[in-house]
Design a protein around this ligand. Structure first.
Ligand SMILES: Nc1ncnc2c1ncn2[C@@H]1O[C@H](COP(=O)(O)OP(=O)(O)OP(=O)(O)O)[C@@H](O)[C@H]1O
Length: 289
């Protein structure tokens, strides 16, 4: 993707399998929204090859669009409508092409069963966001795009949303592409994570693989006869086994810290932004990248 003389996406190579949850991570301006909008058919790419559900998004018609669900970042129209009314209205657009959700079932699915008769303007921020998700799901999409879906959710709503995503992918084989800045969310939900920075894919894989590849060492902390010790090693299990064999009850307050996705992500983005790393090293990329 190029705007004037500037390439904002370069050589982005992505594949999402059916029923897979893929999280697209990256700092502000990395190119996430641009990528997603190209896939949704909302933005025309400058070059490259794209197929979404077998169709080029640049030429996809209504029947193709009906198979996608899109949840944008914020959507503030229709405040005077009641939640159930709006979903009832929307489902009719899908009936020529798909089997849309029954409105009551959909409201229940997103945790808004009690708000069917509530005016949209009177919903709380989190309820509003749940309705956005319901709107994206209305046509029972095969592929769902979620742009920062849980912003404004309280912990319980977040937990329920995670259960919904897991259910959609595992039970209904819905493929899901989500963008998020919440690394814990990506780690929890995604089968695969793609990190974009500066318009290019700098790493991909599941959370554990990414963490292992970038920072193979774990940190072991404990007290030996009350004295604090910190040790960094690749085989924490072996180290701890040996530690107890040698020192037994003299060891207290043991903690083993594996590099989290957040540690990895922040280290990578720091490198890229400071110009230390302009391209992904080969060992950061998944085997099939
Ligand atoms: N219409 C446009 N014209 C020129 N440049 C644009 C346009 N839209 C986006 N860009 C540039 O493309 C780059 C990628 O933007 P994009 O919105 O895709 O990033 P993002 O990863 O979604 O960021 P955020 O996390 O802030 O939402 C940015 O440098 C942005 O300034």
């Amino acid at each position: 993707m190029r705007y004037g003389p500037t390439d904002v996406l370069r050589g982005v190579d992505l594949r999402i399998d059916r029923g897979e949850v893929l999280a697209l991570l990256g700092p502000n301006g990395a190119g996430k929204t641009t990528t997603v909008e190209i896939l949704e058919g909302l933005r025309v790419r400058s070059a490259g090859h794209v197929r979404v559900l077998g169709t080029d998004p640049g030429t996809g018609g209504e029947a193709w669009r009906a198979r996608l669900g899109i949840v944008l970042q914020a959507w503030n129209d229709h405040g005077r409508w009641r939640a159930g009314e709006l979903l009832d209205h929307l489902r009719h657009f899908y009936t020529p092409y798909t089997t849309p959700y029954d409105t009551a079932e959909l409201l229940d699915l997103v945790g808004l069963a009690d708000q069917a008769g509530t005016r949209i303007a009177a919903l709380s921020g989190g309820q509003r966001r749940r309705l956005d998700v319901a709107i994206g799901l209305a046509g029972r999409p095969e592929l769902l795009f979620l742009d920062e879906p849980t912003v404004g959710f309280d912990p319980q709503a977040r937990q329920e949303f995670h259960e919904l995503i897991t259910r959609l992918s595992a039970v209904d084989s819905t493929s899901i592409l989500l963008t998020t800045h919440d690394l814990a969310e990506a780690e929890k939900l995604a089968d695969r994570i793609v990190i974009l920075a500066g318009g290019t894919v700098v790493a991909e894989g599941d959370a554990a693989t990414l963490a292992d590849r970038v920072a193979g060492n774990s940190r072991v902390r404990y007290r030996l006869d009350g004295e604090p010790v910190t040790h960094s090693c690749a085989d924490a299990t072996g180290y701890v086994r040996d530690l107890f064999a040698r020192h037994g009850e003299h060891v207290t307050d043991l903690e083993v810290h594996r590099a989290s996705l957040e540690d990895v992500y922040l280290a990578m983005v720091r490198d890229i932004e400071s110009g230390l790393r302009t391209e992904a090293p080969a060992d950061l990329m998944g085997a099939n990248a």
